[in-house]
Design a protein around this ligand. Structure first.
Ligand code: SAM
Length: 315
């Protein structure tokens, strides 16, 4: 409880912050919830807008106050912190919503990167929106995008899986579900589990191209590329596994998948139709050039004729 004399003598908190020794006064902040991305290693990856908001907001909700304290101390920010993590979220959320309802501004940060991406915050954002509060994104670092942007694997279509299950049986089952997905896969993993995770990926997906991105934006940043078998063998040995990893796995060989599908469709069509009709149907269905489908149909119809002949001889 604060006594009247303390209240009189406590100076109001200054919203000023400091960049490279230069003080900055942030603009006034409207009330509402701000989802603020923070660095995944290098403290200089913070955005100017993130600093404005963290300095001017009434309260910062964070996963681990010690980690966020290091960040805000670095920039001379004195905003109060309050914990919001998976173990206290259910109890903390109503209190944060009460503050928002009273007209406060609130920033949500995670230990690293973008909140809600394999991190807490979804239920808070949903509840704040349901209650009619403004929710504003302050985009910035995220390990998934940092890894994709430098790993040299296709980025036109990717599937962010985040953490695979930690138990081997469930992990193998989930990888099997992802096997046919026609997209680059992005996984998060901590160093202690990376070897086991890679072994399961190699066993289920075979020698697909992949990249391991370790300690991104930090002193020991490393990107190791290879096929999954080679990477699994490397990390089964005495490779450096300290730190945080993003595992990126190339999509299944699309041309192979395509030819398998066309063959299946063509075999079915050749059983019902003439070669000419089958080619017209499958070219229309798949959008593949008629000439290519025709060549494939000739090969398949020869195989089919051969197997019919063999069948006849066997009879
Ligand atoms: N919200 C974060 C984001 O936007 O990337 C992710 C939080 S998740 C709890 C932590 C995981 O992100 C780590 O286990 C690792 O897989 C990945 N990660 C975070 N920082 C990383 C870094 N500097 N280098 C590589 N991976 C990182």
């Amino acid at each position: 409880m604060m006594r009247a004399r303390d209240q009189a003598t406590t100076p109001p908190r200054t919203a000023r912050y400091v960049i490279d020794g230069r003080p900055v006064d942030p603009p006034a902040l409207a009330n509402g919830l701000y989802i603020v991305a923070t660095p995944i290693g290098n403290l200089r990856d913070i955005t100017l807008r993130a600093l404005d908001v963290l300095a001017a907001t009434d309260l910062i909700a964070c996963e681990d106050t010690r980690i966020t304290r290091r960040l805000i101390d670095h920039y001379g920010i004195t905003t109060p912190l309050t914990p919001y993590h998976e173990h206290n979220a259910a109890a903390a959320r109503p209190k944060l919503l009460t503050r928002l309802a009273a007209g406060a501004s609130l920033a949500l940060v995670s230990d690293a990167g973008t909140p809600l991406i394999s991190d807490p915050g979804f239920k808070l954002v949903r509840a704040a929106r349901d209650a009619g509060h403004t929710v504003t994104a302050l985009p910035g670092p995220s390990a998934v995008l940092a890894a994709l942007s430098i790993c040299g694997l296709p980025t036109d279509r990717f599937f962010f899986e985040g953490f695979l299950p930690s138990k081997p049986l469930q992990r193998r089952a989930r990888i099997a579900e992802l096997k046919r997905l026609p997209a680059t896969l992005v996984l998060y993993e901590g160093g202690s589990r990376v070897a086991a995770c890679l072994a399961d990926l190699a066993a289920e997906l075979g020698p697909r191209a992949a990249a391991l991105c370790r300690e991104l934006t930090k002193l020991h940043e490393e990107v190791r590329r290879g096929d999954l078998n080679a990477l699994a063998a490397h990390y089964a040995g005495d490779a450096e596994t300290r730190g945080e990893f993003v595992i990126v796995v190339a999509p299944p060989d699309e041309r192979l998948a395509e030819s398998i599908d066309i063959d299946t469709l063509l075999r079915d069509a050749l059983g019902r139709l003439s070669v000419k009709e089958a080619v017209a149907e499958i070219a229309a269905v798949t959008g593949q050039p008629r000439r290519e489908v025709y060549q494939r149909a000739l090969t398949l119809s020869k195989d089919l004729a051969l197997s019919k002949d063999e069948g006849f001889r066997d009879d």
